[in-house]
Design a protein around this ligand. Structure first.
Ligand SMILES: [Zn+2]
Length: 146
C-alpha cells in the first residue's frame, strides 16, 4: 500500500520537527495532497490510524487532508483551468497541451500542537461546561462551602 509508505515518511518528518522543537506530542498533522497525485486521501486517513499508534508523539492525533485542486495552464492560449473538471482539455481552445500549476504536491502543511493556555485569554477552549453547570445549580440548592 503506497499510502502507508508515504505515512511512514510523514511520521519521520514530524518526528524531526518534534525533536527540534522539544515537543512531546502533536495533535494533528495537516497534509496537502494534490488531486493530480495518485494518492487516495481515504487510504491516508485509514492508514494514519494504524501508523499513529506506533509512535508516541502521534498517538491519538488525527490526520487532516487538504485536497488541492489540480490547476493547469494551457500552452496554446494561456488559459488557467481546473484540469480534472475539464478532463484535461482547455475550455477555451480545446488543447490538451498544458503545464501543471498546482495539484501535484504531497507535503506536510502543518503540524498542530494544542498547548495549554497558561495566561492567554483566548476563547479557543471548546470544553467549558459553565452554562450547563449553572442550569443544574438552579434545581439543587447545594452550598458551595464544604
Ligand atoms: Zn487553451
Amino acid at each position: 500500500m503506497h499510502e502507508l509508505t508515504l505515512l511512514f515518511g510523514v511520521a519521520d518528518q514530524v518526528e524531526r520537527v518534534t525533536r527540534e522543537n522539544g515537543i512531546d506530542h502533536v495533535d494533528a498533522v495537516v497534509l496537502e495532497v494534490g488531486e493530480l497525485t495518485p494518492i487516495v486521501p481515504e487510504f491516508l486517513i485509514d492508514g494514519y490510524e494504524v501508523i499513529s499508534d506506533e509512535y508516541d508523539f502521534l498517538r491519538g492525533s488525527k490526520l487532516i487532508v487538504d485536497r488541492i485542486t489540480g490547476m493547469v495552464k494551457c500552452r496554446r492560449c494561456g488559459r488557467e483551468y481546473p484540469v480534472v473538471e475539464y478532463e484535461g482539455y482547455c475550455p477555451d481552445c480545446g488543447s490538451y497541451d498544458k503545464d501543471i500549476l498546482s495539484g501535484d504536491q504531497f507535503v506536510i502543511k502543518e503540524v498542530r500542537i494544542l498547548e495549554e493556555p497558561e495566561d492567554a485569554g483566548s476563547d479557543q477552549n471548546e470544553s467549558e461546561p459553565v452554562e450547563s453547570d449553572t442550569e443544574e445549580q438552579k434545581g439543587s440548592e447545594t452550598s458551595p462551602e464544604a
